[in-house]
Design a protein around this ligand. Sequence first.
Ligand code: NDP
Length: 297
Amino acid sequence: MSAKIIDGKAFAAKIREQVAGHVAALKSEHQITPGLSVVLVGEDPASQVYVRSKGKQTTEVGMNSYEHKLDAATSEADLLALIDQLNADPAVHGILVQLPLPSHLNEDLVINSIAPEKDVDGFHISNVGLLGTDQKSMVPCTPLGCLMMLRDHHGSLSGLDAVVIGRSNIVGKPMVQLLLNDSCTVTVAHSRTKNLPDVVRRADIVVAAVGRAQMVPGDWIKPGATVMDVGINRIDKPEGGTRLVGDVDYESCAAVAGAITPVPGGVGPMTIACLLANTVTACCRTNGVAEPEGLTV
Ligand code: NDP
């Protein structure tokens, strides 16, 4: 195995430490405690785990965590009323509505009802537009985490060939935009892409955000390329039980790549760390305090 393993867990711990330092300074110098509200509708088990983990990490860095758990049958009007209330609450600097929402709720409508400056997931249409025009915005957490690790590994990304596999609004598209803003030559691949192996073989940077276990084999990877594996998939182990794997076949890709993120312990931990970073950034912006360097782009 030749690739450098990019340790997202250690990187995330470093980000959390920086966040905690900024939170302490906001408290002592400005008497402000950043607050993050997480709204969970229904009882999806994976969402419950994510929300618990977000709440725990939020309080660990010294911020206030507010959890709003609503019944699966909550009406759109009631959810929008709660978001209005959080938008108006000066103690709340970040609002996150855990996705997916139950099917009777319109996700776009709900996300776009969050005040853009409190939209720490970066999914509001205003933030999407700002990122698309390379202006200051709230940046979606998973692609932000990937970009931080890529910049840390490469220094400048200028002129590198990047292929993003996946075009979702939460990962693929914002990742494309961030790489483009950093002057990569970007190709975005998806389920209709022809000759995907050849497209991927051109890339200095491969970001896999597909949701298909171990789809990308090592012989698609250009020797020395950097592989960011966003996928989180659970597969059966031959001896029984299950384990988590990414969207790339780790063993064969690590044998060819220059650097690679493992699953678990790569992109995943960075996502929550970036959520905390976005909350501090949002808090500084709304309070007119100079925002910390290195926690966003
Ligand atoms: P989506 O299902 O929304 O998007 C998947 C994308 O992959 C689509 O654009 C789809 O193309 C494309 N795709 C599907 N099959 C193929 C194929 N055979 N060849 C090429 N492209 C294909 O997923 P998300 O973006 O939400 O998530 C992707 C993965 O990342 C999942 O495993 C998810 O669990 C994980 N994830 C991890 C996070 C983390 O913190 N680490 C955070 C968010 C997600 P098309 O548009 O044509 O359908």
